[in-house]
Write a protein that binds this ligand. Sequence first.
Ligand SMILES: *Cc1c(COP(=O)(O)O)cnc(C)c1O
Length: 423
Amino acid sequence: MHYYFEGHDTVSLAEDFGTPLYVISEERIERAVKTIKDAFSAAGLDISVYYAGKAFTNRAMCRIVENCGIGLDTVSGGELFTALSTGFPAEKVICHGSVKTPDEIEMAIKSGVHCIAINSPAEIPVIDSAAAGLGKTANVALRVSPGVDPHTHEYITTGTLDTKFGLMPEELIPAAKAVQEAKHLNFTGLHCHIGSQIMDDEPFILALSIMLEHVKELHEAGITVNELNMGGGFGIPYLPDEKEFDMYGYAARFSRTLDGLCTKYSIPIPKIAVEPGRYIIGPAGITIYTVCAVKDIPGVRRYISVDGGLNDNPRPALYQSRYNAVIANKYGDDLPTDEARISGRSCETDTLISSIMLPEAEIGDIMVFEDTGAYCYSMAGNYNRLGIPKIVLLHGDEAQVIKREQTAEDIASFDEMPVWLEK
Ligand SMILES: *Cc1c(COP(=O)(O)O)cnc(C)c1O
């Protein structure tokens, strides 16, 4: 038997498109978006969803996001440019980033994005004068660091006090007043993002209650928060024994907390927005590799090396992230009998999976890594001058390339030879 992904035989995909290969399922993206929308509407809330493009962006993805009827969160000129180049509606784009260059600010203001999220008081006059220079008004939201520790990996924690992201709580009122007084800024609301890969709803609910206290403080200062954006961070199961994030339970609890606190504080209920990245794209993607080496070290372990790794998925190296993998051409037939370590092909100890039980592996086997849709392609690099793999999109029975692979020639083509080294 072979391993199938959304009705497609992954061994055939490997034959048709070559490996390493990223595969993305359009239906899975749509289903995840629908789960979020349905969960919140079941809880009586009409929320805005902005897909966090940093998890995985390219032109086809922007179009899928647009077709899902949701907005997009961008963190750089590159992401914003990609979205606008597909005709993505600017008014459904949020611009984030703890650093925004003058060019990026100009692109955001000119295109008329939904809002630019401000991370520090110093950004206020910069964006105001950029808007003045363009003869426009810029929509801005204030990002606050709610001081919540989401108990996830340190590198993906962003909402504690010791962070480059967001205003400190005591900076909020003066910043909101400065935005109101600025002639070319329009205050849209508050934003927070406490971290990523959070499996439990507790930190989110805590962040909500802290943010509603801020909404109340601003309300008392005569400043209305129209939109409260709670950021992303919903976790996904990466291993077979891990549970799904309970979106329905979370939405219900969120809605109750929101209603309760808005009543208690006598404040109007702000429009709620969320910015999931991983939840939407993570389970929608797999990576297909070919086994290129099998090495047995008697009494130690077996090493299986594949034709990709660090450069198409740096997460195990960066975050000790864990993944599940299967041998696609032996799936279901051969029982997992061998404990193995899976490594990549970089000249580095690029362990992808430290220990996993698999059927006996041979050179030429097709290996599939599950749940690689988020932060793999978007974090990929050219270490060892390895090209970033191609991406294939599945849509029903169809499979089409949405990004071609980088060849050795592509990589070398960016090099320039200074005159004194020319031959
Ligand atoms: C990273 C990020 C997100 C998305 O995070 P996920 O964990 O992928 O959902 C959303 N908003 C902001 C501001 C972010 O930095």
